[in-house]
Design a protein around this ligand. Structure first.
Ligand SMILES: O=C(O)CCC(=O)C(=O)O
Length: 234
């Protein structure tokens, strides 16, 4: 006997049929919990963790969608329009999906936590629609680095990284904030939790630590800012 499909099942059926669309089915989501993070060497920079931003079903839908799109070796950005393969620095895989719709869904959930006074000359605008899905298998890593900023054609730019974790339970694979003086005792690993989002300034030294066991999925994007219009700019 056939049974009635729930709204969620209907939605994911629809998502299967549509090649370039993914409809999220939020379901019951516990309240978001924010934790401020302490950084190496007592740095006072913006870094916090938001739990329960996405449901497990939503994260699974992203994994399914991006696996269908296909992952390729992650390149390293070394200039505005230049990317190179540097497996000594980054040997994991990536799937890039430009989706304003998905960026907006995530932005609606995290916007209340993004400080509006982060930079007096710039105000937060939304998330970069360039969603970089990251996949790590055992032995894969992203060595210590600072995140580069993203600049739009109209001059809007990013200052803050937003990283969504799509799964958990693997071994290794933390996102680890590091001391710039190489003091290992100062390293601050953040263990991924499904559906959580790590927010931090681009200018914090960090790595995607080596994955030991299992498979890790995450998605990185950026908080975009637009210049504040000052009275004498008119
Ligand atoms: O995979 C991670 O946890 C870190 C990724 C990262 O540092 C980046 O994409 O810039």
């Amino acid at each position: 006997m056939s049974r009635m499909l729930s709204t969620c099942e209907n939605v994911s059926r629809a998502a299967d049929l549509l090649e370039d669309k993914l409809h999220l089915c939020p379901g019951d989501r516990p309240p978001i919990v924010k934790t401020d993070l302490s950084l190496p060497d007592g740095q006072k920079k913006l870094a916090f963790f938001l739990e329960n931003v996405m449901t497990k079903q939503e994260c699974d839908a992203y994994i399914k969608k991006t696996e269908k799109m296909g992952y390729k070796r992650a390149l390293l950005t070394i200039g505005k329009d230049t990317q190179v393969l540097r497996k000594d620095i980054r040997n994991s895989y990536r799937c890039v999906w430009d989706s304003e719709e998905q960026a907006n869904i995530l932005w609606q959930r995290i916007e209340p936590y993004i400080p509006t006074d982060f930079n007096s000359r710039w105000k937060p605008l939304g998330l970069n629609k360039r969603l970089r899905f990251l996949r790590y298998d055992p032995g894969e890593y992203f060595k210590p680095h600072y995140d580069g900023f993203f600049e739009a054609e109209n001059g809007d730019r990013s200052f803050i990284t937003a990283q969504l974790y799509l799964n958990e339970g693997f071994e290794g694979g933390s996102t680890t904030f590091l001391s710039t003086s190489g003091n290992d005792s100062q390293a601050r690993p953040l263990v991924p939790r499904t559906g959580s989002v790590l927010i931090f300034q681009h200018n914090i030294f960090h790595e995607g630590s080596i994955l030991v066991k299992g498979r890790k999925y995450a998605m990185r994007t950026d908080v975009m800012f637009t210049p504040v219009k000052l009275p004498d700019d008119a």
